[in-house]
Write a protein of this length. Sequence first.
Lengths: 480, 439
Amino acid sequence: MNGFEEIAARFAAQAPAADYWTLRLVAEEGDALAVRQGVPEPSRLTASCGAMVTLVVDGGVGYGATSDLSPAGLRAAAARARHWAREHARHGLFDARLVPRSALRSERRTQVCEPWDGVAIADKLALLHDACAALEIDERIVDAAAWLAYQRVEQWLVTADGGRIVEVQECVEPGLEAVANAGSQTQSRRGGGFDRPRLGGLERLAEARLGEDARRVAEEALALLAAPECPSGVMDLVLMPSQMVLQIHESIGHPLELDRILGDERNYAGTSFVTPEMFGHYRYGSPLLDVTFDPSVAGELASYAADDEGTPAERAYLIRGGILERPLGGRLSQARSGLPGVAAARACGWDRPPIDRMANINLEPGGLSLAALIGGIERGVLMDTNRSWSIDDSRNKFQFGCELGRLIVDGELGGLVRNPGYRGLSAQFWRNLDGVGEAATWEVRGVQNCGKGEPNQSISVGHATPPCRFRDVAVFGGGE
Amino acid sequence: MTPDAFFALAADLGAGLRGGEVLFCGLDGEDSDFVRLNGGRIRQAGSVHRRTLGLTLIDAGRQVEGGIELGGGPAADRALAGELLARLRERLAHVPVDPYLHFSLESSTGQREVGADLPPAEAVVAALIEAAAGLDLVGIWASGTIHAGLASSLGHRHWHSATSFHLDWSAYLQGDKAVKASWGGLRWEPERLAEQVAAVRARLAVMARAPRTPKPGRYRAYLAPAAVEELMGMLAWDGFDLKSHRTAQTPLLRLVRGERTLSPAVTLVEEHGRGLVPGFTGEGFLLPEAVPLIEAGRFAECLVDARDGCEYGVPVNAAGGAPESLALAAGEIPDAAACERLGDGLYIGNLWYCNWSDRNDCRITGMTRFASFWVERGEIVAPLSVMRFDDSLYHLLGDRLEGLTQGRELILSADTYGGRSTASARLPGILVEGIELAL
């Protein structure tokens, strides 16, 4: 028990004098287990608990964050928040009366069928031990690991207007990795659900199939050692959901963040090639491109009832029929910019303030089977599982690398190729989208290390997508 | 938290140990002010007070780790830490013997406090806003004290605290045309701020010229220290970690095996003795003053943490596998002559978003960013449009490396993920015969 109800009630009863205040209480619990090369790594139990007090005073806004949740600790945090609110009132970028108020009351918990504590640690370690052993099928497998991590985050957002939003999220993250080496060529392959992070409990293990997936992972790592380099040239491309996730993330999600468009991120994460006047008419991609902000998908990483400004979260189109409709910005950014937005103001923990984030950004399914996507290509490459990503500060010039590629010749999948990569421009790439996988190919995935913000914040975001086909892409392989 | 309070907490916990139990306690804390700026005004401002306690409980060849946030005074902290210790003890019975369990049996003590009083954050921010009047300034001021402590039931007692600041900012002309200024340190010098602002204003005047967009291909280039730091950041990613070497995952595999070479001008050292990061590991090992990583182009030593040291039978020389106090040896090019020696080519002030193109060949891709320029006959003539490069460090630090500058910059990390970083790098600029632009 973290005592949040009592702490929140006590704080509200002795609330600091302010035009508006919020108290955000966050408790995180974590457990991490791993077996590498047959040896369990030290397990790690973590528990983080802290609060952020935000005050709006005389047209300024400031925050104080503390791990001291005693009355004196929260008073000290409020005093620091007041100090910074006064400085903001003096030198602020905007009038703090724009800070959104919330009176929302809601409570939402991740549906968990099989609780983390329902399985003994010895059994979890045995599962990992078996999975790790199943990776070690050849002496060329030089490193092998299986892991299982658990995280529970409970957040209470309490406001001066009587708002109380409770969100409890649980997540179990399994994974496998095999590293193969021959001479000076090293290839690695991951699996076991590592790139399908979802909310939920240990029931996720059934989907991850740790033990069953291990042999495929190891065999593909070995096969890549002997595979030819991915060919270079302009050709057609099929991206599997395991790579589409990063393509959506970097060249749709980030460019649409309203705080980038407003310039907040220019010193660190960057700006955006998207400008305010583009919304409502700019052709972002081909007519096949439909992208939504959707906090309602069960189990997707960033599904929530309300954001950290207390705004109810609802599904909305960002891009429809290829036309740009709205940015990813919370109510404060909307007020600053005069643009529409979504409930996207989120903080990564108790010690960081909310900023505009992606939440669940999904590419809606189309009408083609995977076979049909491949069948429509005369010469090209299918790429699977992101391993490298890089994009300019305006989120336009990108380059990605994948763990595994397969040639496509005359509509048929061919042999493996190693070190597949491709590069292009966001502003052109999505216009070359000419095939979108049907609903049966749509996969719910996500990214757990999305970094931005000053001070820096790393947060989980969800992406659901089918495989997609792109025409005329610059493709390349490895080697100097 | 004071060192005495932390050591008292550790002693309390140690007094409750049973049988042959051993306990290591680590503290990681900060009292920081963060002021975020945009358009020369405050965007977001606040303070963070955090104390994270880490515990490692060891018994009969087994170990388990745990971590919590402290707060609420000594009694509350003792209760929280005691609860965590009880949970660890319960778990310890269910984990197997760890063959790579490795901790220092030699108790040691040490205390280091670096930095001095800084002016109040609000005063510095006000001075910055005034000095940068008329500029579209964006960035962050971060300052305060960072604490790290280690105490064990074997008698280890170490404390490290640093009071420091980081002013990481840039000024924008339009779109992505900007000049970056990053300054971190232990002592605030108002006159240096004035110099920085003046230098930024001068560079922005050049950024106003029509940009050059070179076609993909190979170009001569000078990379300023901030750009070199990005390349070193890639090498830090498994380049020197012992486990990465023993499992053939290091991007320097071909260098180690003698298939590729780096320039004899390249000497890299991990300078633990710089004193900005704690001089001890979480397992109680003391760090050497320096670890040679690459000497005159040849691979020298790996960074070895306690666990890897035990697995592979190598002495511990680092808290982790990535450098935190890297130094690249200086060269012969006078700083002022860098552009003249470049002649015609690219002046790359900053790189951004680097990642591997092909790790086996130490091939990296990334973007130019901020103030990068087109140079003709040794003179900066125009800003450079942001360009993607894709090239191997075996070329950039090998057969195409023409030289390094005599001067080196001490660059403190502006990283604040999970807390303010204490990492730093001392780097020169480098002149290369060619860098491959790809897009």
